[in-house]
Design a protein around this ligand. Structure first.
Ligand code: ATP
Length: 260
């Protein structure tokens, strides 16, 4: 049976009178890459923040790796948080630290690591994220957009997480950089058996990387499934999203699968 590493049930989020999510259900299965899509402002980032405990929902439950995060505090919460990593949209690197030092930040939570081991582990993650050795000593301000994303990914991988959250990882990258990043995500998922929750607007990324896609609309996950499954969903927004000219170019082989 497929194990869910994330289970969101009946989630409600609101800011004042503005209801962002209502009765939202969502699952992330172990080992899959789930793409989370939806129009601007549908609450993709708020959903991510609710799952990692940065946003307290008004109602509903979020279970990560079998545990209800709202009921955890102190060491139990910190132990669970060490089992995931997050790549925020901007990279969210500390500008005063170089890349190696940024990746070392989460490693400081691990008891008993000497500074030398911590530094060596950080350098390993930097290289796993596909950055050259020289990037370790660079400041975030001296990196290209693609390198910032990779440095943020190295930090997200610092603690050998089981789940990685990616918020628009290819936004702002040129097509070649975005394609290389997609392939890196796939390679890391396959080699490290990661489960990946990825907010994205990038149709090519959805096609290249994602096993399933969850569509946020009308304050909930309106539909989820593979691209061939979503191509058949009878909803105006989903239809426009998955059958528009850009989608047709990205998903042409999936349409073939749907017809075949
Ligand atoms: N801390 C907050 N306080 C008030 N409103 C918020 C807060 N965080 C998010 N919102 C609102 O919640 C809604 C959903 O925001 P969110 O950033 O999750 O959307 P999104 O789907 O990720 O959008 P985009 O694709 O444009 O990044 C928006 O209307 C936003 O203004």
């Amino acid at each position: 049976m497929t194990e869910n590493v994330i289970e969101v049930r009946g989630l409600r989020n609101q800011f004042g009178s503005h209801v962002v999510h209502n009765n939202l259900d969502m699952d992330l299965r172990r080992g899959e890459i789930l793409g989370v899509v939806g129009g601007s402002g549908t609450g993709k980032s708020v959903l991510l923040r609710s799952i990692v405990g940065l946003n307290r929902p008004a109602a509903g439950t979020v279970r990560v790796l079998g545990q209800d995060i709202a009921t955890l505090s102190g060491p139990a919460r910190e132990a669970l948080e060490r089992r995931w990593g997050v790549l925020f949209q901007s990279g969210a690197l500390f500008s005063s630290l170089n890349v190696r030092e940024n990746v070392e930040v989460p490693l400081k939570a691990v008891p008993g690591l000497s500074p030398e081991t911590r530094s060596a582990l950080a350098e390993l993650k930097v290289s796993m994220a596909g950055l050259p050795w020289i990037a370790n000593d660079k400041s975030p301000a001296d990196l290209s957009g693609g390198m910032v994303k990779r440095a943020g990914l190295a930090r997200a991988l610092a603690l050998d997480p089981e789940i990685v959250f990616l918020d628009e990882p290819t936004a702002g990258l040129d097509p070649i950089g975005a394609d290389a990043f997609d392939r890196l995500i796939l390679e890391l998922r396959d080699s490290l058996n990661l489960s990946v929750f990825m907010v994205t607007h990038d149709l090519d990324t959805l096609h290249t990387c994602c096993d399933r896609i969850a569509v946020l609309s009308d304050k909930r996950v309106l539909a989820s499934g593979t691209i061939p499954e979503l191509l058949k969903v009878d909803d105006p927004w989903i239809h426009e999203y998955f059958h528009g000219p850009r989608a047709r170019a990205a998903f042409s082989t999936d349409e073939g699968k749907e017809q075949g």
